[in-house]
Design a protein around this ligand. Sequence first.
Ligand code: BEZ
Length: 212
Amino acid sequence: MALRLGDTVPNFTQASSEGEIKFYDWAGDSWVVLFSHPADFTPVCTTELGTVAKLKPEFEKRNVKVLALSVDDVESHKGWIGDINETQNTTVNYPILADPNRQVSDLYDMIHPNADNTLTVRSVFIIDSQKKLRLTFTYPASTGRNFDEILRVIDSLQLTDNYKVATPADWKEGQDVVVVPSIKDPKELKERFPKGYKELKPYLRMTPQPNK
Ligand code: BEZ
């Protein structure tokens, strides 16, 4: 069955471009972005993996490790990394899982046979430090992903884990957030939101980002 939000993600041991990865041990107390791409030596994937390499400091700031995957083998990944570095002007600084036996692809349902019988689609899994799945999305092979959006979602998840807020449409770090509708007690509202809040409707109350 497909993984659902809140599920504990499955563990695995698999080869990668940086040696064998025992997933739970490798993740440790970090969050993880696990993302698949269709194949090595393909144009969109080359741009995606280069973009992630450049964003690695942003992921690290948020205590997030990144881990790529395709059904190609370790030798293929190692050869392709040279091309990514050369063409994207970067250094791939994270592991790419090699999954020719589809062990991880099957565990995480990354092959969608009606799109392609053999290659992984562009799946993304955001996994928190408790190994719980917090977001998943799937893009087709023809469309490269927006990795700034993945960072934005991580910012929202980490903020809303710590405060009784939610983030509105197109929210970005630093902008006003929504007070969760379940808080109604005026004393609690004052304690939790000392900067105050604006009530547009009883269910729609905006407050400055609490940790800024
Ligand atoms: C690409 O990464 O460019 C790609 C991979 C598979 C199918 C189509 C495009």
